[in-house]
Design a protein around this ligand. Structure first.
Ligand code: GDP
Ligand code: ZN
Length: 308
């Protein structure tokens, strides 16, 4: 028995990276039945595989799936929405924005941060194209995310600025990448490792053209160890599964204030004696972040070119 990581899944075949190399496996009968009703095995899953010899044929089967540390799920089509797992065990999500061209849409960033927080996945904010406005101007736009406790990296893919740091953050981890179109995601990945961005954007383009079913989820290995998830459907991640009463837990800068609101069950939208609103008024919480909270609480949608 060997333990490995599923790095590709298509048509009932699973490519598993093990300490002894990459093997192709099928699901053991019990798992196969469960796979039909749920997403028992997805890319990123840690699995135990067993070799079976039947005559000359040698085949590997997936015997067991380890408990997942995290799951990124999207809404499955159908009348009753339910989460459909797309990738398991993601360690971090790189949320990529441009300092300019396109101008950063911070409400979309806030939404993605909530998705990452609610999935228990560490977000890393990448601000690319800092060559266009300079690092100081870029910092001025994103400083309040650093104050809220987020890690922000400033990069310029073409000039190679910050690329080594971003590459280091990827090593040894399973990362997912998201952000609007045209911010430089492919360029950054190519700068980290030649060819990497090309592989990822090939999938994203297919997804954008709506060819979902033919696209295979996979993990792209990094030379330094670790993977970048290349999974269709990441762009459809939404807030649909987040209970609005939980929303305040996903704004880290609210965390220490929640016990100080006058009324238990305070929604921080209109109640008197609200500690969150007081912190906004005192300048401790950025008004844009609070505005995002209120909009998400009210169930508003955001539109924009959002890639997986
Ligand atoms: P993606 O859609 O997020 O994958 O973005 P791409 O990597 O395709 O880049 C979109 C455009 O932005 C391309 O024309 C790139 O050459 C350009 N670009 C990418 N990174 C940078 C950068 O750091 N600075 C500048 N000025 N342009 C960049
Ligand atoms: Zn409150």
């Amino acid at each position: 028995m060997l333990t490995g990581t599923v790095r590709r899944a298509q048509g009932g075949l699973y490519e598993v990276e093990t300490p002894d190399g990459v093997i192709e496996a099928v699901l053991r009968g019990r798992l196969k039945r469960e796979q039909r009703t749920g997403e028992k095995v997805v890319v990123g899953d840690r699995v135990d595989v067993q070799r079976e010899s039947t005559g000359e044929e040698e085949a590997w089967t997936i015997e067991n799936v380890h408990e997942r540390t995290t799951v990124l799920a999207r809404k499955a089509p159908g009348k009753a929405p339910r989460p459909k797992a797309i990738v398991a065990n993601v360690d971090q999500v790189l949320v990529v924005f441009a300092a300019a061209k396109p101008d950063p849409h911070l409400r979309m960033l806030d939404r993605f941060l909530v998705i990452a927080e609610s999935s228990d996945i560490a977000p890393l904010i990448i601000v690319n194209k800092v060559d266009l406005i300079g690092i100081d101007a870029a910092r001025a736009i994103f400083a309040h995310y650093e104050r809220a406790g987020y890690t922000v990296m400033y990069t310029a893919a073409k000039a190679g600025l910050g690329v080594a740091e971003m590459g280091e953050a990827l090593c040894g981890r399973l990362s997912a990448l998201t952000g609007p179109s045209g911010v430089g995601k492919s360029s950054l990945l190519n700068a980290v490792q030649p060819g990497l961005g090309l592989r990822v954007s090939a999938i994203s383009e297919a997804v954008n053209k709506g060819r979902h079913t033919t696209v295979t989820a996979q993990l792209i290995p990094l030379e330094c160890g670790g993977w970048v998830a290349d999974t269709p459907g990441l762009r459809e991640l939404g807030l649909w599964e987040i209970d609005r009463d939980q929303l305040h837990f996903y704004f880290p800068e609210f965390e220490n204030l929640l016990d100080d609101c006058r009324y238990p069950g305070c929604t921080h939208t209109h109640e008197p004696g609200c500690a969150v609103r007081a912190a906004v008024d005192a300048g401790h919480i950025h008004p844009g972040r609070y505005d995002s909270y209120r909009r998400m609480y009210a169930g508003e949608q955001e539109e924009g070119g959002w890639d997986g």
